[in-house]
Design a protein around this ligand. Structure first.
Ligand code: HH2
Length: 503
């Protein structure tokens, strides 16, 4: 029996990567199947939230000790504030502040990061045993790339920003903040790789609050999965760090001064991990760890249930989730789609798992009546070729003719995904080659399986979000009927009320 209360696909990771991402950073190889917490230690007189509290080395060391005791997985030492209009600090002074704290904390067996953009400080810190450099200027300072490349294992966090603390807020102008941040991070990642820094050493960071108005940071957070998808499309599959702790964005949204931003920061941290962040840079470690424990417990139940659903199905089927796109724009499209669904359900080697709502969409690259589209998830013991043959047979039975390319059709059944398989034969390409650019497919797919991983591209939800953001008018998509409505009798089996999408 299938447990239909859970999606029947293997949850790869919360943001859809097939395998947990691994980050090589100095002495450590961190497996980011669990969100890691980076505790902030500001050895500065002027940091925006805790400036002056830990300038004295022994105070900084005690603070770092407390952060580790409270569950920090990494420590991030900074000795120059990056806040708006912060006074620049000379490299010697920055190093004098860092050195006594660094030499102590590197002995604790916890990965230690140094937050700096200066190559002199990077070199000294790496020499003294720091495991990674956290650079809010993404190694753009002359000599910084080389300082990192000269070391054979140190990690690096490349963050998006513009200008420096005195200019960054005047540079907060974007046409599309997600697109521009993704382009910048992809370029800096490529520059790092070209300089000889192995991809596995790199972590990326959208740079919340840096050269960004509150609206930009909120949009980036809302669309963080789209950012990950854009990076993935550019061939950049590296984990994301998010730093929202006590930031101005949280202050503006809550109307709270720095000392009262804990609740807002925790909400922001949770939103960031739900949207794919794998490392959180925070001041309040204990509280963030608690938030993650709750989130992780829920994630685990979901992943376990998903695994059971797959195992239950494995006697009769490959256990791989197959996604099929249904479309029609001739005749009674709704009735034809319901008929096709019935035929699929009646096939002895097919187990339907989930059916989407019905969507009305404009034909892409063609004239003609609007389409009606939906997506169905199933498992089957048919191999992809045999399943394709069956789908084509249904199209023929429904009176499908192919007088010319993109002609209106009584029934179109597209094999979109077959588990994580990649295929490129004359008859069949998997995943479907135009999946990522079709909103009429991605909207229903993201509805029924937001976390379903499209090989090489990211989660359905992330792809959908990315496309939504740039979809043209002819990609307008309207949900017209929920699954309960259009697939009638099947709906009670396939789409339990708890799973139905509320609109
Ligand atoms: N934010 C700050 C500093 N460094 N590094 C990364 N990678 N990401 C961030 O979001 C980030 C960062 C600002 O916070 P804080 O260190 O508390 O303040 P200050 O720079 O004033 O010391």
């Amino acid at each position: 029996m299938h447990d239909h209360t859970v999606p029947p696909f293997v949850l790869a990771s919360p943001h859809g990567h097939a395998a947990p991402q691994v980050w090589h950073t100095g002495r450590f190889r961190l497996v980011l199947d669990r969100v890691h917490v980076m505790g902030i230690v500001n050895v500065t007189p002027d940091s925006f939230s805790d400036g002056g509290q830990f300038l004295d080395p022994s105070a900084a060391i005690s603070h770092a000790e407390m952060l580790v005791a409270r569950g920090a997985d990494l420590l991030d030492l900074g000795a120059e504030s990056t806040r708006l209009n912060a006074t620049p600090v000379a490299a010697e002074e920055e190093w004098q502040r860092l050195q006594p704290v660094l030499v102590e904390v590197v002995r604790w067996g916890v990965p230690v990061s140094v937050d700096t953009h200066k190559p002199e400080v990077m070199r000294a810190a790496l020499e003294a045993g720091a495991d990674l450099i956290n650079d809010v200027r993404a190694l753009t300072t002359p000599g910084a790339l080389q300082a990192l490349a000269a070391h054979d294992s140190a990690g690096v966090c490349l963050m998006h920003s513009r200008g420096d603390p005195s200019t960054m807020q005047t540079l907060a102008q974007y046409d599309d903040v997600v697109e521009e941040v993704a382009t910048f991070l992809a370029e800096r990642f490529q520059a790092a790789c070209a300089a000889g820094i192995a991809a596995e050493r790199v972590l990326l960071d959208p740079g919340y609050g840096f050269a960004k108005a509150m609206e930009h940071s909120v949009e980036l957070l809302a669309r963080q999965e789209a950012l990950i998808a854009r990076l993935s499309q550019a061939g950049v599959d590296r984990p994301l760090l998010a730093g929202l702790s006590r930031k101005g964005t949280v202050g503006r949204l809550t109307g709270r001064p720095v000392a009262q931003r804990l609740a807002g920061s925790l909400a922001a941290a949770l939103l960031a991990v739900q949207r794919g962040a794998r490392v959180l840079r925070v001041h309040d470690v204990a509280e963030t760890v608690d938030v993650l424990k709750v989130w992780q417990a829920v994630e685990r139940v979901e992943a376990r249930a998903v695994q059971h659903a797959v195992e239950d199905g494995s006697n009769e089927s490959s256990g791989e989730t197959v996604a099929i796109g249904l479309g029609a724009n001739l005749g009674d499209a709704r009735a034809t789609l319901a008929w096709a669904l019935q035929q699929l359900a009646a096939h002895p080697a097919v187990q339907l798992q989930r059916v989407s709502s019905l969507y009305r969409t404009r034909p892409v690259d063609a004239e003609g009546p609007d389409y009606v589209n939906a997506v169905v998830l199933l498992t089957t013991s048919l191999d992809p070729q045999a399943l394709l043959g069956f789908l084509q047979g249904l199209e023929l039975q429904a009176g499908r003719e192919r007088p010319y390319r993109n002609a209106p059709r009584t029934l179109d059944l597209d094999l979109l995904l077959y588990g994580q398989r990649k295929l490129n034969t004359q008859e069949l390409t998997l995943p479907h080659p135009r999946l990522h650019e079709r909103r009429f497919v991605l909207e229903p797919l993201a509805e029924v399986a937001p976390q379903l991983h499209v090989p090489g591209q990211g989660s359905a939800a992330a792809l959908c979000a990315a496309l939504r953001a740039r979809a043209e008018a002819d990609q307008a998509v309207e949900c017209i009927e929920d699954a309960q409505g259009w697939c009638g009798a099947f709906a009670s089996v396939l789409v339990p009320a708890s799973q139905q999408v509320k609109r």
